[in-house]
Design a binder for this molecule. Structure first.
Ligand SMILES: [Zn+2]
Length: 318
């Protein structure tokens, strides 16, 4: 009888698999490295072979599998199950993923969604957003993106792109060019990869920082981890960068609150390694503009960590 579910979280560096029983309890895991150069066929082949391995290792077969949901770090046409484009895996584009996997896993329900949407759903059902009718989950990571839960359901918008709000423009035609081709997106001031570019530019302009020595002059190694380590050691530029992230994410929250009047913001992603100082910085960025003392805006740290993707995936399956 088909009664097992597999949730898959495709990340920039690794692919995480969770095997769940009929009560949606996690009973097995698998993890492989992401091949950033893979074409859809190689990528699909790897997933099928990993799905098989995960089942067999836990004493099951494909005949036991009821549903598979794949969270992609991509723009996804949810209704049609198509991966439109993927910034970390540039060859995975216009991939008719649902059709591909349905053909190779007959009888198994296949769902494809965006990874941030799945993390939002997971945090709402089983994590920091439990008990709220509406939440906005925001991943502060290499990029900045959100998943909206409205009336206890994921909101995807007309074309499925709701939550790409890191590309909302805040300084038109100014600042570093974003991956989307525009200048002035909120994420160009506040995402891990873009803040690293700000650090590199500052160094190239003669700014002194311990981050230069930490990467032994190899500026391509400046990343969120280096920034975090420098911050903890009191580096002025790192402190400025955290203030910058807080300023722009504070405005991001303010703008979303003005648009949706949703008061619960759950934050996840790698930049959360900054901990409380990041929250304090976002709060002060928000409070500069938000002056309504009667209506609280709640910040929460995501609770499910790296499992949010596989849990959200399985929550989407029937
Ligand atoms: Zn952008």
């Amino acid at each position: 009888m088909r009664r097992l579910y597999i949730g898959i979280d495709v990340g920039g560096t690794k692919i995480a698999y969770g095997l769940f029983n009929e009560n949606k309890e996690l009973i097995g895991r698998h993890r492989t490295a992401t091949d950033p150069q893979a074409y859809p066929d190689e990528f699909g082949h790897q997933l099928i072979s990993d799905i098989n391995a995960l089942l067999v290792r836990n004493g099951f077969s494909l005949q036991d599998l009821k549903g598979v949901c794949i969270g992609m770090p991509s723009s996804v046409d949810f209704d049609n199950g198509i991966v439109l484009w993927t910034s970390n895996m540039t060859n995975i584009k216009q991939f008719h993923a649902r059709e591909y996997f349905s053909n190779r896993l007959p009888g198994v329900e296949i769902i494809i969604d965006n990874d941030t949407n799945l993390a939002a759903l997971a945090e709402h059902r089983r994590g920091a957003g439990r008990g709220y009718d509406h939440i906005i989950y925001t991943a502060l990571s290499t990029g900045v993106g959100s998943g909206f839960i409205i009336n206890n359901e994921l909101f995807r918008g007309t074309y499925g792109g709701a939550g790409e709000s890191g590309h909302m423009i805040i300084t038109p035609d100014e600042g570093i060019e974003c991956g989307c081709g525009n200048r002035g997106c909120i994420m160009s001031y506040s995402s891990g990869s873009m803040v690293s570019k700000h650090v590199v530019n500052a160094i190239l302009n003669g700014r002194k920082t311990m981050m230069y020595d930490m990467v032994e002059g190899d500026l391509s190694k400046i990343n969120g981890e280096i920034l975090n380590a420098a911050f903890r050691r009191g580096d002025d530029l790192a402190i400025e960068m955290l203030d910058q992230i807080g300023k722009y994410i504070g405005i991001y929250v303010y703008n979303l609150f003005m648009a949706f009047n949703i008061n619960c913001y759950v934050f996840g992603g790698g930049l959360l390694n900054f901990g409380q100082p990041l929250f304090d910085s976002i709060r002060s960025g928000l409070n500069k503009y938000y002056r309504d003392a009667e209506h609280e805006i709640i910040f929460k740290m995501a609770e499910l960590g790296n499992d949010a993707g596989i849990i959200g995936a399985v929550e989407l399956l029937d």
